[in-house]
Design a protein around this ligand. Structure first.
Ligand code: ADP
Length: 396
């Protein structure tokens, strides 16, 4: 009998799935339901091999999508019986301070995840809908929650606290949480594996650069500091997010410009970053194109972005007291040689080098032959990490 594990990532109007066969950890199907709740039907794109397929699916809720997915797995003969699905792993945005790792979702864990919804009001409730949909339609199957935050729970207090009155941490839980944990953990493990080393023996900086971006310093296989904070707005500059700015800008805009909290939040989350600085686009590909054509705003946006990545790498190398591996991952990190090059420029004084030819030819090791730090491009795969964690928890 087959053993299949499904990774689920539910968004407000979408549900992404990947189906893996174990113990081979081989991906055998993946797909995306979109436009959930926007009409009486939703769109499904899926692939079982290389070819991409599309169809329209009746229904308007996440639960309808899950019901269809289960029928679809039977119809496509991916499973002969639903009991072949031995686990479902869900991406959950926020585990607060409670979840230090992934967990099997029983009633108590589900209640706890619900109680953390105030920390991620746009995400946790949607993730819970995904979990409940499977609970209702596949009640005997174990489910696992894999949190974006839990990898960072190893940060020491001096790194996760903000220098504001301590009672705001004690009473309100205001602290740095960090996100993209699944990705940072996955690429660090993959990099160590490809170097033939133990992740515990390496000092690693992982740069997850996508629409959202964060950087993480990893020592002994554990996160010691990461650039996102109480929310995913903090840290480096991003596609539309400002990252770290002087907090007084917020109070200034409220006081002097009578902007509301909602307007300021919208400005910082949706109108800043690449988009806000360049006035061109939030998409790194558009910025790169304009940069190459000599557009001054695009040049400025690129220099600001790469500068912030570089400054973070420098400070995290100081935090680690050295550096063995520097990783680039996610949409920009995996695909933009120019951003990797600019972010590493001038860092040879602490062993970070980029070989032009390697960087431009899609190799995974892009540092120079004699570079002391292994600079690597490692494709992230949060879904694979989710099924790995799920498999481990259900095996225990
Ligand atoms: P997220 O998951 O945060 O939405 P992704 O990891 O998919 O983001 O990354 C999206 C970003 O990656 C976009 O800014 C996009 O422009 C960038 N990107 C994708 N492909 C390329 C490419 N070939 N060159 C440069 N940037 C790219």
């Amino acid at each position: 009998m087959k053993e299949l594990i499904i990774a689920i990532n539910s968004g407000s109007s979408s549900l992404k799935f990947q189906v893996y066969e174990f113990p081979e950890e081989k991906m055998i199907a993946k797909g995306l339901f979109e436009r959930i709740g926007l009409a009486t039907s939703m769109d499904l794109t899926y692939s079982l091999d290389e070819a991409k397929n599309r169809r329209s699916v009746e229904g308007e809720t996440h639960e309808d999508a899950v019901k269809f997915l289960l029928e679809f797995l039977l119809e496509q003969k991916i499973v002969a019986d639903l009991s072949e699905i031995t686990g479902v792993g869900h991406r959950v945005a926020h585990g607060g301070e409670f979840f230090k790792g992934s967990c099997l979702v029983d009633d108590e864990a589900l209640e706890k995840i619900k109680s953390l919804a105030h920390l991620a009001p746009l995400h946790n409730p949607i993730n819970i809908m995904g979990i409940e949909a499977f609970k209702n339609n596949l009640p005997a199957c174990p489910q696992v929650a894999v949190f974006d935050t839990s990898f960072h729970q190893t940060m020491p207090e001096e790194n996760f606290l903000y220098p504001i009155p301590y009672h705001l941490y004690e009473e309100e839980g205001i602290r740095r949480f960090g996100f993209h944990g699944t990705s940072h953990q996955y690429v660090a493990a993959e990099a160590a594996k490809s170097l033939g080393k133990n992740v515990e023996d390496l000092k690693i900086i992982s740069c997850h650069l996508g629409n959202g971006g964060s950087i993480c310093a990893i020592k002994n296989g554990r996160s010691v500091i990461t650039s996102m904070g109480f929310t995913p707005l903090a840290g480096i500059m991003m596609g539309t997010r400002c990252g770290d700015i002087d907090p007084s800008i917020v109070t200034y805009l409220g006081r002097e410009k009578q902007m509301s909290f909602a307007e300021i939040e919208q400005m910082m989350n949706q109108e800043s970053g690449f988009k806000g600085v360049s006035g061109i686009s939030s998409d790194a590909r558009d910025i790169e194109e304009a940069f190459e054509q000599g557009n001054p705003k695009a040049i400025l946006a690129m220099n600001m972005f790469c500068g912030r990545v570089k400054q973070t790498i420098g400070s995290y190398a100081a935090e680690l007291g050295g550096l063995d591996v520097l990783i680039f991952t996610a949409g920009i990190g995996e695909n933009s040689p120019i951003i990797r090059q600019l972010a590493c420029e001038g860092l040879s004084f602490f062993g970070v080098t980029v070989d032009e030819q390697r960087n431009n030819s899609r190799q995974s090791m892009i540092s120079q032959e004699d570079g002391q730090v292994a600079v690597m491009v490692v494709p992230t795969n949060e879904e694979r990490m989710i099924v790995r964690e799920t498999n481990q928890l259900i095996a225990n």
